[in-house]
Design a binder for this molecule. Structure first.
Ligand SMILES: [Zn+2]
Length: 297
């Protein structure tokens, strides 16, 4: 367990810590809390659903990697299954700020990569920035999802984003997380590239047609592959690159980026943009000296 998470756990009120510790300290803990675990925690702590989500926020924020701002943002997204997924911001030294990951994007892509098809709600320790409100407006559940902040009454996403611009304005029917997979294959792919193709097949890129996926291999024992699918946005700039989505999965699994041994990127030849140069520049900024395996299909 990383030191920040241990500190956040130790700082929880004792009547919450005693029940959450066995979950977080379990070696299989993946920064998620299942619906039955959450129900049980409500019974044990006597907190309401909202109070418990707010109480867990410092644990999510402890995953923050923020060497520039030192501003730790945590988010907890609840999937349609009822499972809760932690997320936290990531900043990268030596690349433009546009490569940063916001906590909401982290929690959402965490839920997405673990198979959720939409979100019920998201709980965040600071008000969502305009970029994140727009990012969330791309979701399959953008019309129904709720946003909870500390010391605020719960509001709908649409209350946070009045007169919104979104996929409908561009006559696009597909939505982020809507669970309609593509069927691309390649005979040239090795195991790592095959995992990248699997990620491409759930990516969301209806505007550029530049569907893409990333697979990361680690040089550690145990779970050694992490995948990320590209998440495009109707407003273009809030789109989340596949590499960042894969790095989020590592971050939430408590893996250090220095353990990356190989990265594969796959994208479509028919796309109107390419992810290759930006992916390489972020990898270079991580100072990993890794050759990016690349395939266009
Ligand atoms: Zn944001």
């Amino acid at each position: 367990m990383n030191k920040q998470l241990q500190n956040a756990l130790n700082a929880l009120p004792e009547n919450i810590a005693m029940y959450i510790k066995p979950i977080v300290e379990d070696k299989h803990f993946g920064a998620t809390i299942s619906a039955p675990q959450f129900e049980q925690l409500i019974k044990q702590t006597g907190l309401t659903d909202k109070q418990l989500r707010l109480a867990l926020l410092p644990l999510a924020a402890s995953y923050s990697i923020s060497p520039i701002s030192k501003f730790c943002v945590g988010a907890i997204a609840r999937g349609l299954s009822g499972q809760l997924y932690f997320g936290a911001n990531i900043e990268f030294l030596n690349v433009p700020l546009g490569q940063s990951v916001h906590a909401e994007q982290s929690a959402i892509s965490h839920a997405w990569m673990k198979g959720e098809k939409g979100l019920q709600d998201i709980t965040i320790n600071y008000s969502p920035c305009g970029h994140c409100r727009q990012f969330m407006n791309e979701l399959s559940t953008a019309e129904s999802m709720r946003v909870q902040l500390p010391e605020q009454t719960e509001k709908s996403l649409q209350q946070y984003l009045p007169e919104s611009f979104g996929p409908k304005d561009l006559d696009i029917d597909s939505r982020l997380m809507d669970g309609k997979p593509l069927t691309h294959v390649s005979a040239e792919a090795d195991q790592l590239m095959q995992k990248a193709i699997d990620a491409l097949n759930i990516s969301h890129a209806p505007y550029s047609g530049s569907y893409g996926g990333i697979a990361i291999e680690l040089n550690t024992e145990g779970e050694s592959f992490y995948c990320g699918a590209y998440a495009e946005n109707a407003a273009f700039n809030p789109s989340l690159p596949a590499l960042q989505v894969a790095l989020i999965q590592m971050q939430m699994a408590g893996k250090d980026f220095s353990t990356i041994s190989a990265v594969a990127l796959v994208e479509l030849k028919s796309g109107t943009i390419s992810h290759q140069a930006c992916t390489q520049s972020v990898l270079d900024a991580l100072a990993l000296d890794i050759e990016l395996k690349y395939l266009a299909i």
